[in-house]
Design a protein around this ligand. Sequence first.
Ligand code: BGP
Length: 482
Amino acid sequence: MARKIFPSDFLWGGATAANQCEGAYASDGRGLSNVDTIPAGPDRMKVSRGELEMLSPQPGYTYPSHEAIDFYHHYKDDIALFAEMGFKCFRLSISWTRILPNGDDDTPNEEGLAFYQSVFEECRKYGIEPLVTIDHFDTPMALIKRYGGWRDRRMIEAFLKYCRVIFSRYKSLVKYWITFNEINMLLHMSYMGAGICFSEGEDKERVKYTAAHHELLASAQAVKLAHEMMPGCMVGCMLAAGQFYPYTCNPADIQDSIEKDRDNYFFTDIQARGEYPVWALKRMERAGISDLIAEGDAEVLRQGTVDFVSFSYYCSRCTTADPEIFAKHQRPGNAVFRAVENPYLKHTEWGWQIDPLGLRITANSLYDRYQKPLFVVENGLGANDTVEPDGSIHDSYRIEYLRQHLLALRDAINEDGIPVIGFTAWGCIDLVSASSGEMRKRYGMIYVDKDDSGQGTLRRIRKDSFYWYKGVIESDGASLDE
Ligand code: BGP
């Protein structure tokens, strides 16, 4: 029997985001961004959701993005470690305010441009393909103050200005682009995803869907621009994915799971198909917000469909239409998506349920829906690690998580025939957690010596998963069976 392996041109690698790893938040001309004012600690969620306004760093709070793991000064060593693992691809994001400190400056910041140029050249030196997220939870503070974030249509022009600068500078170095990270997250973490703070009594649904519409228009125009400026490039959308399962076979639960999935697919339906789905138009009509679609917008969306659909997958979700069952079984775990406990699944230390088969199920749903190549650009296990006295780190739990998910993905490719471009493991090097702001929620195959209080030498250490992942890549995934 032929061995089941991944395609030989599969883009194996790892993924990061600027605000979670770079640090150096005020160096070399970088301007302030929303992520720099999202504190660690108990107020983090309130600020991320836009319920507590914090437009500048406040005394008494710590802000993990300010130093993070200082990738800004360690990138050469870090990329060398990625190359040692055999990475074919490295996903990172550009910090908008390193390039345009106020979000829409006429003259870009050369030091910022030079930094990413050097990062990309370093990748290329090892034959690593950069996969660049243009906006990973990153809205320039100057634009938040001026426009109130993505609620204002003028954000689109600023975003396109930024795109023009980076496309023109990096066109020979970067082929794969993603417009917005987890675009659906703006419905849940509106400040983190779109720079929005809500004021008392305002119609939140209207604000969120207005911001969504603006990001979708910006995404479509960025795709079009990228195709014009960089013929042959590949531009994708990016969804925080994870299929909703009905809690029971009660048809009301099935309907509920469809509705919940639609909240997410709303974004990718438009980015992949170029138009609002009919049910979304109906929903907007009911909410009295159809007027936010202006004359000509439909044409813009039609002209900017993506080349591939990328997504993060950490877990599936389970839902019920019955409020009593919901209240009884609600999972405290993932603070972002409300869901009930799936009794068939175990969960991580942070309460995220573990469902490898769910990755295959989610990939099938996405491919059935769009028939576009898929790219798994985030997956991994956030866990506490222990450094042994001899300096080793035995993260067998992370290896097992990744192994099971990669086996499911391999089945999606081999058994279901789904074209998957690549897999970039989230936080291939330990970095700051987006939802909790912690360092101890580690995803990496490379350990970074830094704790939640900001202490540590920033030394990098290879974990057991480092050697394991290297073996997986070397064998095109055949070693997953060992
Ligand atoms: C996604 C984000 C990442 C990342 C990851 C893990 O939502 O795109 O930025 O951090 O989830 O989540 P967390 O860091 O909250 O564990």
